[in-house]
Design a protein around this ligand. Structure first.
Ligand SMILES: Cc1cc2nc3c(=O)[nH]c(=O)nc-3n(C[C@H](O)[C@H](O)[C@H](O)COP(=O)(O)OP(=O)(O)OC[C@H]3O[C@@H](n4cnc5c(N)ncnc54)[C@H](O)[C@@H]3O)c2cc1C
Length: 408
């Protein structure tokens, strides 16, 4: 849309039979729906809020706090959080702030911080937590935010993301959603774009010629002056580039972390959680991790957002086997249950996981290549942005790449 607004002639190719990618509001014939992918909008995601406003799509403020915590068989409100867990989270924030404020932009220019790049987030948390409760609380929060087990997340990459939060006040995270689903945004974007997507176009190769590029799809080719790729890194790794890209790019595509992220949706006969005093998120030590009431459609339902090893285990089961874990904490749920779904992004061939993260060593070892144009090939997508992992990052990258393409 931004390219067209600047006068460019754009063709749009998509491997799936729908647009939206990792924004995917699933709806059935009865109108029940849920966000299988991106859902929450933080209060400082100004690009997302701006584009929704431009299209007249209202956001609703969500009462996500206080969390209900369910740990080691007991349930408490976040307001009753163990004092040492709160104190340790404050210390973690203070230390993260100190380190993040000392970093240069972009994050990969901090060549003297191999110490941070080689550490993982779990070690950092471990150096701060002073009790089992605190260890659980730090892990539960950061694992959900990062979408992966903290052992897999490099500290420098995490601190790069933390810099986005330096001016944040409490309550800005997950502040809004779109009633009716983010499909409304995708529909509005489609209407605002002249180019009509050509579906079932799985990009397999790109040949750069003297005067343009040839795109090779299964069973078809197309020519263009330049190409913009917004494929997630695992999908980029499967494209055959002729001539070959610089070797650093291949390494960056292959080694970029993609979160193991799964959503499980359970539909119930009634919203039983209201009787249990659960108004916002449930944060639990059961493998389903984080649960919240779903919002699209009328049927009462809960969404579980699961990451890391737990996601790997649950995605191989059924919604009913996952429900048993919830029933261990809320025995009444099985009687209220109607049906459920598991949305597995790890197995999705056009995503390869939930969203990008930097494993230990990755920021200084290759991250810069993700956004570096080569020949007539440009790169965008959340993995190339400072706000990586978010819709905001996808839009941020769009703004960067439009000027990169038109400026050359
Ligand atoms: C479960 C989950 C929960 C999330 N929650 C949130 C949230 O609450 N808030 C938030 O801000 N963000 C959230 N995100 C992240 C957010 O959804 C993504 O950051 C964003 O949608 C990524 O957009 P993108 O354009 O970079 O990539 P994508 O949306 O993945 O777009 C890439 C496109 O490339 C296509 N493609 C792939 N391979 C090929 C090929 N070979 N040929 C042709 N086309 C191809 C894909 O089909 C896709 O349409 C979540 C993501 C997941 C998975």
């Amino acid at each position: 849309m931004l390219l067209e607004e600047q006068g460019a002639n754009v063709d749009l190719y998509e491997a799936r039979q729908r647009v939206g990618g990792r924004v995917h509001t699933v709806r059935d014939a009865h109108g029940l729906g849920y966000e299988a992918g991106g859902e929450w909008i933080d209060a400082d995601h100004s690009r997302v809020l701006g584009i929704l406003k431009r299209f007249g799509i209202p956001v609703v403020a969500t009462p996500n706090k206080p969390y209900t915590l369910s740990v080691a068989g007991s349930r408490i409100a976040e307001t009753q959080l163990w004092p040492e867990a709160k104190a340790d989270m404050d210390r973690l924030d203070a230390e993260a702030r100190r380190l993040a404020e000392g970093l240069k932009d972009p994050v990969w220019s901090n060549r003297d911080r191999t110490d941070l790049d080689e550490r993982n987030l779990a070690e950092f948390m471990g150096s701060i937590a002073t009790s089992d409760h605190s260890r659980w609380w730090l892990r539960a929060n950061l694992r959900s935010d990062e979408g992966e087990d903290p052992e897999r997340i490099g500290l420098l990459g995490w601190l790069g993301g933390y810099r986005n939060y330096l001016n944040r006040t409490d309550g800005e995270a997950s502040a809004f959603r779109v009633d009716g689903g983010l499909r409304l945004l995708i529909q509005a974007l489609s209407r605002a774009t002249k180019a009509q997507p050509q579906f079932d176009r799985l990009l397999q190769g790109i040949r750069t010629l003297n005067d343009g590029v040839e795109l090779q799809f299964s069973g078809a080719t197309a020519k263009a002056d330049k190409v913009l790729l917004t494929l997630p890194p695992p999908c980029l790794a499967k494209v055959d580039f002729d001539p070959a890209l610089e070797v650093g790019a291949y390494r960056a595509f292959r080694q970029c972390g993609m979160t193991r992220t799964v959503k499980i949706v359970w539909q119930f006969k009634r919203a039983w959680w209201v009787d249990e005093g659960m108004t916002g998120f449930l944060m639990s030590d059961a493998p389903f991790q984080q649960v919240w009431p779903a919002h699209v459609g009328d049927a009462p339902s809960l969404v579980a957002y699961v990451n890391g090893d737990d996601a790997d285990a649950l995605r191989k089961g059924t919604p009913e086997s996952a429900l048993k874990l919830l029933a261990a904490q809320f025995p009444a749920v099985e009687a209220e249950y109607e049906r459920g779904w598991i949305h597995d992004w790890v197995r999705d061939p056009y995503a390869g996981g939930g969203f990008a993260y930097a494993p230990p060593g990755y920021v200084l070892g290759g991250k810069a290549w993700l956004s570096r144009a080569q020949y007539r090939i440009h790169f965008a997508g959340e993995h190339t942005a400072k706000w990586n992992g978010f819709l905001e990052g996808a839009l941020e990258s769009a703004e960067r790449v439009v000027w990169e393409i038109l400026g050359q």
